[in-house]
Design a protein. Structure first.
Length: 897
């Protein structure tokens, strides 16, 4: 039986993407101006374009076009009155001609739905031309793309209201961290916001300042957030004549200004909702606990919105990258790769990934305990509230903690019921669940490719199909529930397998791969789910053909298609006759599966993004000793040297060398603590000061209204409080930059100060003392326990690696200084390993110190600790050799992983 999605009963409106086309068709035509303005604009254009040349010809004859090159005598003779008149007439003709060019340029830009570039020396003329063309556009005299929908009764369906998402979607916003200072002046318009009362409950977009010659416009805003640029007039209708922050009004659809707040249609995506009124400017420190509640609610609206797109995919890639980085300190990735990592951190949803993996393992355990068969799952979804499994055929025989929905067509488990699942050795029963993308409700939707029992074809836009297929290969090779899946990919960059070499293989010969599959296909058939429930046959194979297949290969694929679920699956980008399931993707990245009633914003990975990912993994795997200089590592000592005594007596302390935290501050609301902490940490690590716009670009890389930003800064100021003199610890300078007072210390600055003093101490004992005091500050891995989606700027600035490298170097230096002192060596190595758990050089120092202090028993204890820390990390030959030397009778190391 071909699986079908259960009927959706929770919403009266159809989720069919064609509903957006119906909305567009039902929308009124472009807004109309008054008859007087219309006539005036038309008369002005005719008067200039036609009237001026007619008058010139009537008064002075045809244009004075030269018929030859002037002689030397002509150039030196005295000009007559007729000559002067001729020059003036020529100037008027040239001015008229240039104005006509301005009109033509503005008309072409209007017809294309874009913004015309500025013409040299055309300032006032081009502005007049833009106003006239804009007036004619809004009256329907000029019919461009903006009116194509309403003008044609047979218009093609509009794209779904889903913004296409790739890993690079947020890279431009990450770059704002660097560019925000330059843009601060242009962004000042955003400082004076319209009171949020009239916007309460509405989705509001803030017009962005110009960037590299690009100007935000209604067409592009509609394209990004509504899925169709032709819906720009809906935004116009919602905002015309509304007073904007600079007291201007939206009158012409093509004339919008940076900082304007535009109310968006309800189906807009990636746009924050204003949930409560927020003050236009931050109030002073409140004396009443109720002050600022509205601003806090508005901040919640921004903080709580979801990021569409590659959440599960990004979480899997980051998990694989973390494992790779545990093997070595590596080197610094290039800027594009750091940019990509910051994007991944913004978009990743590791909590959803963990909840799904735990729920699947729990299901297998419960089915085994209840002695019942696993349900036949063909798809799943996960959001912040629940995990849902989609079944075909339906079943109401649910196991504990699961509830039946839609008469057994879906099984649902609340996230609160997932808990920590203690593994009993159960394999994940559905390892071939691959994330397709995010649906209009913000849920990550996954498809069990095994359930197809054959080929799954991704048709439609060929480029987007290839990118979607690449994303499936990467996700299947990195997700925590797909450890049993072996992925073979064709038509992808050859080095892609570097991301997960144990699970991903790239081939150039699909035919040979199919030949080997045909020989083993019987092994992957049969009752797959029952086998996994009995802890046998848990492996799965996935073949991804990102460049499609030819007829011969398609015929071979039909030979390996099974009548039911099997442990071999094929995903092909392109048409395949006889495909079991067919997915269709358009040029915007909207992916639909009509047979399964699925519509999602597809996960996609482009070739450029693959390059950035490969650079991240290559840098992490670099075994060459990092020779980065101290300055590049951020080691330059603080301008004001600090000691551990200063740290212990500081009124306010910021910790980043371990779990992130603030000490000595007022109690923070649990719902605000992450936001306030990130603001303070960012300011603490940028002592020269940060402009509010740069701070917003770092802390809110997806954008934030200025009033919400200012309210959050004010909240951080309240939390930090004031010093003994009554001056706030969070201050704003005359230049508008935010800084922290000297009474606020960060452990990273104290660590660098102590190391700098140690290097200049000139004596061994003094150096040892200072290095010990520095390493005592290290509590764990830098920025440990950072909340998901936050601190992307840390990756962009490469701070984690810089801190880890300097801590490791300091620990190694101290071990070398105290050679023969097992106690201090053990202290130094342990401190370094808290920051860099995979540093096997420090593990070897700790093994030697343990042997010197406790003999074989100490080595065994340390070996157990090392095995736990180095899970999934290969053991270096030097470590194996040392173990053989210290404990010859013991096996080298327990199996890790």
């Amino acid at each position: 039986m071909t699986p079908t999605t259960p009927e959706q009963t929770r919403e009266p409106e159809s989720t069919d993407p064609t509903r957006f086309a119906r909305r567009v068709a039902a929308t009124q035509a472009a807004p109309q101006r008054s008859i007087g303005e219309t006539v005036g604009a038309a008369v002005a254009v005719l008067a200039i374009v036609v009237g001026v040349p007619v008058v010139l010809i009537a008064l002075a004859g045809p244009p004075p076009i030269p018929t030859g090159v002037p002689s030397v005598r002509d150039a030196v003779r005295q000009l007559s009155f007729e000559d002067l008149v001729g020059v003036l007439v020529a100037v008027v003709w040239l001015a008229w001609l240039y104005f006509v060019v301005c009109l033509a340029v503005e008309l072409v830009a209007t017809l294309r739905g874009g913004i015309a570039r500025k013409l040299p020396l055309a300032g006032p003329m081009q502005r007049l031309a833009r106003a006239l063309i804009g007036a004619l556009l809004l009256t329907g005299v000029v019919a461009g793309p903006a009116q194509a929908v309403s003008a044609s009764p047979s218009v093609a369906p509009a794209a779904p209201s889903i913004v296409a998402t790739t890993l690079s979607d947020a890279q431009e916003t990450i770059a704002q961290v660097d560019e925000a200072e330059r843009q601060a002046e242009a962004a000042q318009l955003a400082d004076t916001e319209v009171p949020a009362g009239e916007l309460q409950g509405r989705k509001v977009y803030t017009v962005q300042p110009p960037n590299n010659g690009y100007y935000d416009n209604l067409w592009d805003i509609a394209e990004r957030h509504l899925g169709d640029g032709r819906r720009y007039h809906e935004i116009y209708e919602l905002n015309k004549d509304r007073v904007q922050p600079d007291h201007g009004r939206l009158e012409l659809a093509r004339l919008i200004q940076p900082g304007w707040q535009l109310v968006m249609p309800d189906d807009a995506v990636a746009v924050p909702v204003v949930s409560a009124e927020a003050p236009a400017t931050p109030a002073p420190v409140p004396t009443d606990a109720n002050v600022g509640v509205d601003s806090e609610a508005a901040a919640d609206a921004v903080e709580g919105r979801d990021v569409a797109g590659v959440g599960l995919l990004a979480a899997g890639v980051l998990g694989a990258l973390l494992v790779r980085r545990r093997r070595a300190l590596g080197r610094r990735p290039d800027d594009d790769a750091l940019d990509a990592e910051a994007t991944l951190l913004i978009k990743a949803s590791p909590e959803r990934s963990e909840h799904l993996a735990r729920a699947l393992r729990l299901l297998a355990q419960q089915c085994r305990e209840q002695r019942t068969a696993l349900p036949s799952v063909y798809a799943a979804s996960v959001d912040d509230d629940a995990v849902e499994l989609w079944l075909s055929p339906p079943s109401n025989e649910v196991v504990p903690t699961w509830e039946s929905v839609d008469d057994g067509a879906r099984w649902r488990m609340n996230i609160a019921d997932v808990g920590d699942v203690e593994s009993d050795g159960s394999a994940v029963p559905y390892p071939a669940l691959v994330s397709l993308g995010v649906d209009p409700d913000g849920r990550d939707v996954l498809l069990d490719v095994e359930a197809a029992g054959g080929v799954i074809a991704i048709t439609g836009d060929s480029v987007q199909a290839r990118h979607a297929a690449t994303a499936i290969a990467v996700q299947a090779a990195t997700s925590p529930w797909s450890e049993a899946v072996s992925v073979t990919a064709a038509g992808v960059p050859a080095d892609l397998e570097q991301i997960a070499p144990e699970r991903l293989h790239v081939t150039r010969d699909v035919s040979a791969e199919l030949h080997s599959v045909r020989a083993r296909i019987d092994e992957w058939r049969g009752d797959v789910l029952t086998g996994r429930l009995r802890r046998r046959g848990s492996g799965s194979r996935l073949l991804v053909c990102a460049d499609g297949v030819d007829e011969t290969q398609a015929e071979a694929l039909r030979d390996v298609v099974g009548p039911q679920r099997q442990a071999f699956s094929v995903v092909v980008a392109g048409e395949v006759r006889g495909a079991r399931w067919q997915l269709s993707i358009d040029e915007h990245g909207a992916l639909r599966a009509p047979l399964l009633d699925l519509t999602v914003d597809a996960n996609r990975v482009t070739d450029g993004e693959v390059t950035a990912l490969l650079e991240l993994f290559d840098a992490a795997a670099s075994s060459t000793e990092d020779t980065t200089g101290d300055a590049e590592l951020g080691f330059l000592a603080p301008s004001r040297l600090q000691s551990d005594l200063d740290w212990s007596t500081a009124q306010r302390r910021v910790g980043v060398l371990g779990p992130i935290g603030l000490r000595g501050v007022e109690a923070i609301d649990a719902q605000r603590i992450d936001q306030v902490t990130e603001i303070v940490v960012h300011l603490a690590l940028h002592p020269d000061g940060v402009h509010p716009h740069a701070l917003a670009a770092a802390v809110w890389p997806r954008g934030v209204p200025a009033d919400v930003r200012d309210a959050a800064i004010e909240r951080a100021r309240e939390v930090l409080g004031a010093d003994h003199d009554g001056a706030y610890f969070l201050r704003e300078g005359d230049d508008g930059r935010l800084t922290l007072a000297p009474g606020v210390l960060v452990d990273w600055d104290v660590f660098r100060s102590l190391v700098a003093q140690a290097r200049q101490s000139g004596g061994r004992e003094k150096e040892i003392d200072l290095l010990r005091r520095a390493l005592a500050l290290v509590r764990g891995e830098p920025f440990a326990e950072a909340p998901a989606g936050r601190y992307a700027w840390v990756a962009y600035e490469d701070l984690r690696r810089q801190m880890a490298v300097l801590v490791a170097r300091t620990a190694v230096r101290l071990c070398a200084l105290v050679d023969g002192d097992p106690e201090t060596t053990s202290f130094a190595a342990s401190a370094g390993l808290r920051a860099v758990p995979g540093h096997q050089g420090l593990w070897r120092e700790l093994l030697r110190a343990s042997y010197a202090a406790e003999g074989v028993a100490g080595v065994r204890r340390t070996t157990d600790q090392m095995a736990e820390a180095l899970r999934a990390v290969p053991i270096e030959a030097e470590t194996e050799a040392l173990l053989d030397e210290l404990v010859p009778s013991e096996q080298s190391l327990p199996e890790s992983g």
